[in-house]
Write a protein that binds this ligand. Structure first.
Ligand code: DHB
Ligand code: MG
Length: 224
């Protein structure tokens, strides 16, 4: 999404070349990004691997994702939860969901993933109403103005010890501007303020540079 310096890209490619192996299905999912309604908003390969490692480090078997697009991160997460795990991913657009379903099938993980189409808040409210089992790991990566609402929904759908990751919290450094007129920046600032004042949540945030430009993520652990 953001301008990426050649040196940042070279470093990402160096590490990814040695440490992050993408099979045909992941490559195909990544390459299908331009067919979605938001081209290039998928996570980078090294970020997808980070999500998978977080899933494995925490022993997550139930994962919830806000924002599917082509399903690139979904594939990483589905492979991390293993054959007895489950990923529920929420996608606004049927067009994107159809692309994601094809990518998930190619990756051999369709049986592990539910793609739910509609406004993510409505889908999350339905999961809450259905009293589904709590999720161990949540990846919030959808429309940024709704980040605060997605965090609250996540708190209704997780357990103490669950981990929540929020993507795109730096946005070329715009996050530090309190008077930003960008509702996406305000969505990030609002959710960070909510995290800061919630005694149940321990969090940090890291800025990243790489093939996706200058951005970052928030990592949260729910302690109670
Ligand atoms: C945007 C959203 C994303 O999820 C992303 O990874 C990059 C950019 C955006 O809304 O601009
Ligand atoms: Mg993102």
């Amino acid at each position: 999404m953001y301008a990426s310096e050649p040196e940042w890209r070279a470093v990402d490619r160096y590490f990814a070349g040695l440490l992050v192996s993408e099979d045909e299905a992941l490559i195909a999912a990544r390459r299908s990004s331009p067919q979605t309604t938001m081209s290039n908003a998928d996570v980078a390969p090294n970020q997808g691997k980070l999500l998978a490692l977080l899933g494995q480090l925490t022993g997550a078997t139930r994962v919830l994702e806000f924002g599917t697009l082509a399903g690139y991160s979904t594939i990483w997460l589905a492979r991390a939860v293993g054959p007895h795990g489950h990923v529920t991913t929420l996608e606004l657009e049927e067009q994107n969901a159809a692309i994601a379903r094809a990518n998930l099938a190619r990756a051999g993980v369709s049986q592990l993933v539910d793609v739910i189409v509609g406004p993510a808040q409505d889908s999350a409210d339905q999961l809450i109403a259905d009293d589904v089992d709590p999720f161990d790991l949540v990846f919030i990566d959808a429309d940024k103005p709704n980040n605060p609402a997605y965090l609250q929904a996540s708190l209704a759908l997780t357990h103490p010890g669950s981990v929540i990751v929020i993507d795109n919290v730096v946005r070329d450094g715009a996050v530090t501007d309190p008077s930003s007129s960008d509702p996406r920046v305000q969505g990030v600032r609002a959710v960070v303020a909510d995290i800061a004042q919630d005694p149940r949540l321990d969090a940090t945030a890291l800025q990243t540079v790489g093939v996706k430009g200058w951005d970052g993520f928030t990592l949260i652990r729910r302690s109670s």
